[in-house]
Write a protein that binds this ligand. Structure first.
Ligand SMILES: Nc1ncnc2c1ncn2[C@@H]1O[C@H](COP(=O)(O)OP(=O)(O)OP(=O)(O)O)[C@@H](O)[C@H]1O
Ligand SMILES: [Mg+2]
Length: 486
């Protein structure tokens, strides 16, 4: 284990120079205090979790202190937002502090979100409020615990610095960790500004540092695009299988690594609803839950456009066409496992679709359904789940088929339960749980956010005494409108 001062920096992205990022010092927030830290994320940097309680920890992650070998910089990027190209984006409130080299030899970007104004702030104040920082923290670590690729969150630091949104709030900073902060929008920026040399420098950097297996191939950029398509197909399959709605799938929020990136008004589904829209400024439902699949494809097409200087359009198009079948295969595999099926059979896709149709409009809790389905033998589990469905005849037909399918799959009930509980979480980050923790934190009580984080770090475990965290939302928590100003 290291002390905080022993972190080793090797700032590869900073060395790309001023065409890619601008040196900016963090603007500290007043009276910093640790709100919550993730022991698992600290372990990524070989840091003892106890260090989070030292005053210097909050000072570092509130912009008051900096390692002498860090190199804080705001990155430039652009991107398509809601389908429209926005040429002027970039880190408007976040800074890449540098890249830490851990004991395993991995580079991890330290990105401080809410660190003050930068040349890319446009009209913004460069700040992030406490509630949105807590939401990003909780989701990053919750998705990681579910096994969904994501940026990580080291900690949230609160302050007394006032910030004006719809009302007066306080500023916070989130320390985000990721192997890279390069987004689709980085490629788009250099492509659309016609900076061919810089586009090539970026591409070579990404290939060399993050996709070394693509380099020796005949067409490294074609291989890179194929890898990004494959990773996104796998990622979006996990989102859909676990009911995660991102809400702002703009290309500036799409990581080149295929990890979940930028947590805004996201939501995990409570009741299953394919049409769910978690971003209340998204009137048209562009980023609704079921649209995430075609939108990921659309975003990949936007990235492909920026790669046309390197790869033939026909080749890019052919790779793009792989996205949907790859996605479907991953999704079906995950849903089979969620249903406790260890083998594949024709008709499984229809079984999954039929179940989701029955859930739609029946107010069926998506997370609880699968957990309860695995808790008992199929006949007993189905009998207890049945009463919640509106279309009972439809459900009975599905259940009869599922019982027979499960019997053919074989195995003991103990094996089935263990297998299902390992993929069907008991605890999920429900918006109402986040909201309760945020309201307590806004009153200065950080106990609830720490406890919720601890619960969500073991989502598949029974956690005696913590059962209330597995409950469906109360009425007030069913249709929370999460503010997009963050
Ligand atoms: N308060 C703010 N001040 C300055 N710029 C901002 C502010 N909020 C958002 N932006 C900028 O607006 C653009 C879109 O914001 P978006 O919400 O997608 O990103 P973000 O949440 O700020 O950061 P990230 O994508 O790094 O998680 C980004 O360029 C972002 O830096
Ligand atoms: Mg963003």
């Amino acid at each position: 284990m290291k002390s905080l001062t022993e972190l080793t920096f090797d700032n590869r992205f900073a060395r790309l120079g001023d065409a890619f990022s601008t040196e900016v010092a963090p603007e500290p927030i007043a009276e910093p205090r640790l709100v919550v830290a993730s022991p698992a994320a600290m372990a990524v940097l070989d840091l003892d979790p106890a260090l989070a309680e030292e005053p210097v920890f909050a000072e570092l992650f509130a912009g008051h202190k900096l390692w002498s070998t860090a190199a804080p910089r705001a990155m430039v990027y652009s991107g398509h937002q809601f389908g429209v190209y926005n040429p002027r984006l970039g880190d408007g409130r976040g800074l890449l502090l540098g890249e830490v080299l851990n004991d395993a030899g991995e580079h991890w970007d330290l990105h401080l979100k809410g660190a003050g104004q930068t040349p890319y702030s446009r009209m913004g104040d460069g700040r992030a409020v406490l509630r949105s920082s807590i939401r990003e923290f909780l989701a990053s670590e919750a998705l990681h615990a579910l096994g969904i690729p994501t940026s990580r969150a080291l900690c949230v630091t609160g302050s007394s610095t006032p910030v004006w949104r719809e009302k007066q709030e306080t500023a916070a900073m989130l320390l985000r960790l990721a192997p890279s902060h390069v987004r689709f929008g980085h490629f788009e920026y250099f492509y659309y500004t016609g900076q061919a040399e810089q586009l090539k420098t970026l591409g070579e950097f990404v290939l060399r540092e993050y996709f070394p297996d693509c380099l020796p191939q005949e067409q490294p950029y074609a291989a890179l695009f194929r890898e990004v398509v494959e990773r996104n197909a796998a990622l979006i399959a996990q989102w859909q299988a676990y009911g995660f709605c991102h809400g702002v799938m703009n290309t500036d929020n799409m990581s080149i690594l295929g990890i979940t990136f930028d947590y805004g008004p996201y939501a995990f589904l409570d009741d299953f609803d394919a049409r769910h829209i978690c971003n209340h400024s998204d009137d048209a439902g562009r980023y609704s839950f079921s649209n995430q699949v075609p939108i990921a494809h659309w975003n990949l097409a936007a990235l492909a456009q920026a790669l046309t200087p390197f790869v033939e359009a026909d080749s890019l198009r052919a790779t793009l066409a792989l996205f949907l079948p790859l996605y479907q295969a991953h999704y079906l595999d995950l849903m089979r496992r969620r249903l406790g099926l260890s083998s594949a059979e024709d008709g499984d896709e229809e079984r999954v679709q039929h179940l989701l149709q029955l859930m739609q409009g029946s107010a069926i809790d998506y997370t609880q359904f699968f957990r309860r389905l695995g808790a008992d033998a199929p006949t007993e589990a189905l009998a207890s789940l049945r009463e919640d469905f509106v279309d009972l005849a439809g459900f009975d037909a599905w259940a009869a088929d599922y019982r027979a399918r499960s019997a053919r799959d074989g195995g003991s009930q103990d094996e089935r339960r263990a297998r299902m509980h390992a993929v069907n979480p008991k605890y999920i980050l429900r918006n109402y749980l986040a909201q309760q923790a945020i309201e307590a934190a806004e009153r200065g009580d950080y106990g609830p956010v720490r406890e919720l984080h601890a619960v969500l770090s073991r989502p598949f475990d029974e956690q005696p005494g913590r059962e209330p965290y597995a409950e469906r939302p109360p009425d007030w928590g069913k249709h929370l409108a999460i503010s997009c100003s963050s």
